[in-house]
Write a protein of this length. Structure first.
Length: 455
């Protein structure tokens, strides 16, 4: 998707704008320390506020609305609020998604103090079903020419594929949700109802005519010019010439986005279940471990609590590593445990609900604090496995003794004693050997050497 020129900032709205240091000698020696401290705090506060001034954050909802979508929106809103952005734009190009995730996203949009602009983007995009409800919930709604919204009747996946839901209880609930979002934002309530009950579809021109959206804009830059001066959430937007900053999901959100794909999550559940059954039927091959891990990832992808799933993976990894320390295997348990700990560590940061999220720097510190021990333990197990493999490649002590020589201390017929490497050994021979003769070791049985006369 082609985006307008903008400054890409990974994971948030940070820009180089640190307060400059005063020139040496400007502060007098008798300046009170508390005053310096308060001045520094004030300077930092003003600098932080200036970082987001005149910027607008863009967060894209492409593809299906999944459990990862609400976390992406929550993270973007938190970072935009902390930065003090002028507004946040949610671009929509989605076939729809889960009702639970849709309600969570609309709730986040309503609770934030920032004006939220819903924008069906780019040209040719669609915001069907859940995307339509999200657009209705936005403070300002806009579409690119050539885009479509509508078809919000709930559906479910059945034996014959996707089937429309005709349960009046579900239909009425979704209708009420769409109508209320439209009413709050002064939009066409009738159209909002028919999006659900009649699967109404509207292009940009019709949506504007019917009062579902406020603007038709061909680009994000044009949209920012058009909404400049609009009043939303008791504030007047000043977006003309604002800097465009694209929200970049971190590693955790990218993994969640992949896992949340409905097809992939379903496949993970099926693969994990069969692997678990196969592993329990044929223990010792490690399939049961793969099954447990894959099942946990599949459940996370389908909306099971990410934090609980991540903690489960970390605990499972620790248990597997402890079992590996007390087993004589080839490191399969250790490798599985390491994988569990790394995946769980990545998914666990940040801990808690979006309201308790921490700044990106602290999240990175927490991620490093969890990953470094896992990596160190992994390197230890790799080294241990290498040493075990190296030891197994070496010849045994008995094998090294063969063809080495010893000296007969007395007559061996068939049993006697020899001196081998400075040690007294009991030896047996198939032929008589006199004392003082040099013999060759041909084998070992417990503490008795098998020897013969050296040839």
């Amino acid at each position: 998707m082609n985006r307008p020129d903008s400054k890409l900032i990974g994971g948030g709205c940070r820009r180089d704008g640190r307060p400059s240091r005063p020139a040496p000698g400007v502060l007098k020696a008798h300046t009170p320390i508390p005053a310096l401290f308060m001045a520094a705090i004030l300077l930092l506060s003003l600098s932080a506020a200036a970082l987001g001034q005149g910027s607008v954050m863009i967060v894209a909802l492409d593809g299906a609305i999944t459990p990862a979508s609400d976390e992406i929106v929550a993270e973007a809103i938190l970072q935009a609020e902390a930065l003090g952005c002028e507004a946040i734009i949610i671009t929509l190009d989605t076939p729809g998604g889960g009702l639970t995730e849709t309600k969570e996203i609309t709730g986040l949009m309503e609770r934030t103090s920032l004006p939220v602009i819903g924008y069906v983007y780019p040209s040719g995009a669609t915001a069907w079903s859940a995307g339509t409800i999200i657009l209705l919930a936005s403070d300002v709604a806009a579409m690119v020419p050539g885009t479509i919204i509508g078809s919000a009747q709930p559906v479910q996946i059945g034996p014959m594929g996707t089937e429309a839901v005709n349960d009046s209880k579900v239909i009425n609930a979704v209708v009420a949700l769409a109508e209320e979002r439209a009413r709050i934002n002064g939009r066409n309530v009738t159209a909002a109802r028919e999006f659900v009950t009649k699967n109404l579809n509207l292009n940009a021109e019709d949506a504007l005519e019917f009062g579902v959206i406020e603007f038709i804009s061909p680009s994000i830059e044009a949209l920012l010019e058009e909404v400049d001066g609009v009043v939303a959430k008791n504030r007047t937007l000043a977006t003309s010439g604002a800097e465009i900053v694209h929200f970049q999901p971190g590693l955790r959100l990218q993994i969640l986005s992949i896992l949340s794909d409905p097809l992939l999550a379903g496949l993970l559940l099926i693969i994990g279940l069969y692997a678990l059954i196969f592993g329990l039927s044929n223990p010792g091959m490690g399939a049961e471990l793969v099954g447990v891990i894959v099942l946990a990832l599949g459940l996370i992808g389908l909306g099971f609590s990410v934090n609980i799933g991540a903690v489960f993976l970390i605990i499972l990894g620790v248990v597997l590593l402890l079992v590996e320390l007390n087993s004589a295997g080839f490191g399969l348990l250790g490798a599985a445990g390491l994988a569990c700990m790394i995946i769980g560590s990545v998914l666990l940061v940040p801990i808690g609900s979006p309201e308790w999220s921490t700044p990106a720097e602290y999240k990175m510190d927490a991620l490093i604090a969890l990953l470094v021990p896992s990596i160190v333990m992994g390197l230890f197990f790799v080294f241990a496995i290498y040493k075990v493999a190296e030891a197994r490649r070496r010849p045994t002590y008995s094998a090294r003794m063969e063809k080495e020589v010893a000296e007969a201390l007395d007559r061996i017929d068939p049993r006697g004693h020899v001196m081998y490497n400075g040690e007294y050994w009991v030896a047996v021979s198939e032929e008589p050997i006199e004392a003082g003769e040099t013999v060759e070791v041909v084998g070992k049985e417990r503490m008795v050497l098998k020897v013969r006369r050296k040839r």
